[in-house]
Design a protein around this ligand. Structure first.
Ligand SMILES: [Fe+2]
Length: 368
């Protein structure tokens, strides 16, 4: 049942409309009032599907009522039909500019009135339906995007953990490195998005170790010179796995576009350059200073910090003090001085993160 409000100061006209619309009683619930003020009070009290108003009324006119309705948040798009005399062209234009939906000439007849009303209500219903559909669609897209994003992040983490569990028991090393990186990035003024991308991308820094033989990777004790060189290959292996010119056939088959994925792009740079040194004495390329991508310079510190603090087959775990001493001592040689300054400022938080994500802590969460 559509609720329609008729407004006219002449009771005689309202009576005429009432009689005229008797046959529409099944479809329309018609209400009648004699002033703009009364109409606004009724509109505020309940919902209507259309308003039909006389233009000329003593006191507040049909234009005043139209203005009130259009400026209201709830009724802003309520269909509004203006009843006008044939000579009132300029008033009609004014009403049009103010947002009247349509006009009806006085005296009005049944066919015209019902047809116009039916049309404006149908258009309004259709508009609302389209809006609802759009909103629903938008919500679905948002939800799908969120799930996709979450899945993407989870796959990165699980891939990193799968590789990591080859040489440590828990895979916590990469989670700690990720958290340290995020902390250091924020400390030097990187934005939240960069820090989050770095957290995920850094977990793949040693993904190339998947291509290193067990006899080298799992060897207890010191590596020979030859084994050390084999081990160093993990940077380029990781780079090949993650970069666009690596799994070419795979990229073609499943339409993977690594160059468009910021996490993978960053992970590629990190995998290749996380063992470079600030002074150029690192590997695999021997690049130095700002030529080393920022993310790789950050991972270099986070990775070494974690390795020093954790027990390894060939060494005991170092204390926080000893670890910090070694890290700070390598400022300007192995590590970027500005990043070491940032590390010193956040030493306490690094320690807290290490303890919270330590291998022997049962429940962990990497949300910082
Ligand atoms: Fe590495």
């Amino acid at each position: 049942l559509k609720r329609i409000l008729f407004v006219d100061d002449e009771v005689r006209i309202l009576d005429g409309l009432r009689r005229m619309l008797r046959s529409k009683i099944v479809d329309w619930d018609c209400h009648y009032c004699t002033s703009a003020n009364e109409a606004m009070a009724l509109l505020e009290a309940s919902c209507f599907d259309a308003v039909v108003s006389d233009l000329n009324m003593p006191g507040r006119s049909g234009l005043d009522l139209l203005r009130d309705i259009r400026s209201s948040e709830i009724h802003g798009r309520l269909p509004f039909l203006m009843l006008t005399g044939n000579g009132e062209l300029s008033k009609r234009h004014e009403a049009l500019q103010m947002g009247a939906t349509d006009f009806l000439s006085k005296p009005t007849d049944f066919v015209e009135l019902t047809a116009r009303l039916t049309n404006v209500i149908a258009i309004r219903d259709y508009q609302e339906e389209v809006e609802r559909a759009n909103q629903l669609l938008e919500e679905r897209v948002k939800e799908r995007t969120r799930i996709l994003e979450q899945t993407r992040h989870e796959i990165v983490l699980r891939l990193a953990m799968a590789c990591e569990t080859r040489d440590t028991d828990t895979g916590r090393h990469i989670l700690r490195v990720g958290s340290f990186c995020r902390l250091l990035a924020l400390e030097i003024g990187c934005d939240e998005e960069y820090a989050e991308t770095l957290l995920l991308a850094s977990t793949l820094h040693d993904v190339g170790k998947i291509g290193i033989a067990d006899s080298v990777l799992l060897k207890p004790g010191r590596l020979t010179e030859e084994e050390r060189l084999l081990m160093q290959a993990h940077c380029l292996i990781g780079y090949r796995i993650l970069s666009a010119d690596g799994p070419e056939q795979l990229a073609e088959t499943v339409k993977v576009r690594p160059e468009r994925n910021e996490i993978l792009q960053m992970a590629t740079r990190i995998a290749r350059w996380h063992h470079e040194r600030w002074d150029g004495d690192g590997y695999p390329d021997g690049i130095s200073g700002a030529d080393i991508p920022l993310e790789a310079r950050i991972v270099a510190i986070a990775d070494v910090y974690d390795a020093l603090r954790s027990p390894r087959p060939y060494k005991e775990a170092f204390t926080e003090e000893k670890t910090a001493e070694i890290i700070m001592g390598a400022s300007g040689t192995q590590f970027e001085p500005a990043l070491i300054d940032a590390f010193v400022r956040r030493r306490v938080d690094m320690d807290e993160l290490y303890l919270r994500l330590a291998d022997d802590v049962e429940e962990i969460s990497i949300a910082a």
